[in-house]
Design a protein around this ligand. Structure first.
Ligand code: DHB
Ligand code: FE
Length: 270
């Protein structure tokens, strides 16, 4: 970020906050409550949780206005770089008997002309059936339900994971207390996180949500948009189970990504 932009943005933020405090006659006690909440989020490891719930969707939307390919979605506070590189057939690292229905997440990655993009890195992460993210929440194996895979020569990818449940923000921490004060619930709808990386188009961050799922209309992070909702298809016929070598019903979601020059611009600016 250029220093003159830093100065312009910070000065305006300062001015905006001072105007806001005057408008509401904020008392010294209220001001201290606010700084204490920020302090407590750091102590509880919830600082990005609090900020992402309230602000990341707006930032993402600002970026999406300048995009021509698939929209981006919020990263959220639980992305960790350096997930295991997987080998085909791709299965996210998981416990022996990982709870939750089996899910195949697949799709094609193409450019704006519809040309297949091979060798795109697809970095996927999701909560387990208890709504916990590995390497973040205690009690989960390292890198559970996280991994990196690659599109094939047709731009196709597929990875096996589980259908995640809605994610519940911790109720008892500072973020939970802020949500309680606002009278809001604590849930995000079920979702899969994904980052795509391409040598030319750079990186993009997305999420997919499942049609008909709970909280799509009232996501606590206000981050759902229609283009990111996909059909969660249940497969339970003898033939479909046989085709996958499975002995219980499974689900499938497909999401096709279009990478665009906007990604290229972002890559060039890094
Ligand atoms: C937030 C985003 C997520 O994807 C998630 O699982 C939890 C919280 C957030 O925006 O804070
Ligand atoms: Fe999430």
């Amino acid at each position: 970020m250029k220093t003159d932009r830093v100065k312009a943005v910070l000065e305006d933020l300062e001015k905006t906050l001072i105007e806001f405090m005057r408008k509401h006659n904020i008392t010294h006690e209220e001001y201290r409550m606010a700084t204490d909440v920020l302090l407590e989020t750091v102590k509880a490891g919830e600082e990005s949780l609090l900020y992402d719930i309230f602000f990341e969707a707006a930032i993402t939307e600002i970026g999406n206005k300048a995009r021509e390919g698939s929209p981006e979605a919020i990263e959220g506070p639980f992305y960790i770089p350096g997930a295991p590189r997987l080998e085909p057939p791709y299965v996210l690292r998981q416990r022996k008997n990982e709870a939750g229905d089996i899910l195949f997440f697949n799709g094609r990655v193409v450019d704006r002309q519809g040309r297949a993009l091979p060798n795109v890195e697809v970095d996927v992460w999701s909560a387990d059936s208890d709504g916990l993210y590995s390497n973040i929440h205690p009690g989960t194996p390292d890198w559970n339900l996280r991994g990196r895979l690659y599109t094939d020569s047709n731009g196709w990818f597929e990875v096996r994971t589980i259908v995640p449940p809605p994610y519940e923000i911790p109720k008892n921490g500072p973020t939970g207390r802020v949500l309680t004060a606002l009278g809001r619930h604590f849930f995000r709808p079920s979702h899969l996180h994904v980052k795509l990386r391409h040598t030319q188009f750079g990186e993009m961050t997305s999420q997919v949500y499942f049609r008909g799922g709970r909280y799509l209309e009232s996501d606590v992070a206000n981050a759902v948009r229609d283009e990111l909702i996909v059909d969660l298809i249940r497969h339970d016929t003898t033939e479909s189970l046989a085709s996958r070598g499975l002995d219980k019903p499974y689900y499938e979601v497909r999401y096709d990504f279009v990478l665009s020059a906007a990604n290229q611009l972002a890559a060039a600016m890094e």
